[in-house]
Design a protein around this ligand. Structure first.
Ligand code: TRP
Length: 359
């Protein structure tokens, strides 16, 4: 009866370019977690086929590119487990078990499915519908306790907790009988005192920026925006970064003297937020520095800062992408470490469920 150990898990889909929004909102925030607890970071290639199979070569490349971005951003393969999901079979196996734990009614409430499937939900893949069960499996195959995610994934994390809780409750007696329980850190009238699966904590990005499109300050920066000028890709070099900032949409007014003055000026607010995040300062501090200045002054300063922060990352990504064997070696090692954690968990879970083990 050992206590559940803290462990951090998160994932990013290998679809197209990682951009500044992914970096500031996700990957850069994972880096300090490495000092706090064991960390696992996954390139979720099995999630990347739920909305249609991407071109095979592009999927392979994107998997390496996201891995390169992790490493370039400061995820250290010596301290963190870095791997791609499809290499560790336990994800698929546990996802099936969770297909039988989660209720149709729970999944029917997922807003991301509704957004992605749109009006034509009859034609969406079953995988897109079951996506949150796979995400729960990603996390719980490692009995992870902490999951840094963006606001848009909060509902999926709540579902993960519901799945863990239902499994713990439905199998409470078996878990006790087999001696596989750990003390429940959050006992409640509905949940047993001994549990097998932790209820993972979402770590929602704190004061961090929602990075918006450079062409429309009311839309999120997105890899699917048809205009490449709308985003700063982590693979963009210095000239491209400077060009995109120069071309970013603004209004004709200079920056306001107070934070309040950014209200109703989404493009100005976005650029100030990006500057603040890249500088590691508050938006107030940026307004104090640049209030009253025209964009002809602010944009070059922002371009210089963005290049200073992102160019080394870009250079390291380019170096890694030129040596796919090095990336693949990191992923191979990571997959082995990940399997070593997930295999015993699945062995326990099969035993709890009662699958006959004859091997
Ligand atoms: N669904 C997440 C996203 O789109 C990616 C993801 C998959 C994930 N599995 C995960 C994030 C497990 C955290 C933990 O952003």
């Amino acid at each position: 009866m050992t206590a559940l150990q803290p462990r951090c898990f998160s994932g990013v889909q290998p679809t197209g370019n990682l951009h500044l929004g992914n970096y500031l909102g996700a990957v850069s925030r994972w880096v300090p977690m490495q000092d706090v607890m064991p960390t696992i970071f996954c390139v979720v290639d099995m999630h990347a086929i739920t909305a249609g199979f991407p071109n095979a070569t592009e999927l392979t490349n994107a998997t390496r590119e996201v891995t390169a971005a992790f490493i370039a951003a400061g995820i250290d393969p010596k301290r963190s487990v870095i791997f791609n999901q499809s290499q560790v079979k336990e994800h698929a196996e546990l996802a099936w078990i969770f297909n039988c734990v989660a209720r149709m009614g729970w999944l029917n409430r997922m807003t991301q499915f509704k957004d992605k499937a749109g009006k034509n939900s009859e034609n969406a893949s079953v995988g897109l519908f079951a996506y949150p069960n796979l995400m729960a499996a990603d996390i719980l195959a490692y009995r992870a306790t902490h999951v840094p995610v963006g606001d848009d994934q909060k509902q999926h994390l709540e579902l993960t907790r519901d799945i863990a809780q239902k499994f713990n409750n439905d199998f409470a007696e078996r878990i006790l009988e087999l001696g596989l329980g750990s003390p429940n850190p959050v006992p409640s009238p509905e949940s047993p005192e001994q549990i097998y699966l932790p209820l993972p904590e979402p770590m929602i990005a704190g004061p961090a920026p929602r990075v918006m499109s450079l062409r429309d300050g009311t839309k999120k920066m997105s890899k699917s925006d048809p205009s490449d000028l709308s985003r700063i890709n982590l693979a963009d070099d210095a000239d491209m970064i400077a060009k995109k900032i120069k071309k970013a949409k603004t209004d004709p007014e200079p920056l306001p003297g107070e934070l309040e003055g950014l209200k109703g000026r989404p493009e100005a607010e976005n650029l100030v937020a990006i500057y603040a995040a890249l500088a590691g300062k508050t938006k107030d501090a940026i307004i104090a520095e640049f209030g009253g200045q025209p964009f002809s002054v602010f944009k070059p300063a922002l371009a210089e800062l963005a290049v200073e922060r992102l160019a080394p990352l870009n250079a390291e990504m380019a170096r890694l992408m030129a040596d796919p064997a090095e990336i693949d070696a990191v992923l191979k090692n990571g997959a082995e470490q990940a399997s070593a954690i997930a295999e015993p968990v699945l062995r326990d879970m099969r035993k709890i469920i009662g699958f006959l083990d004859v091997r």
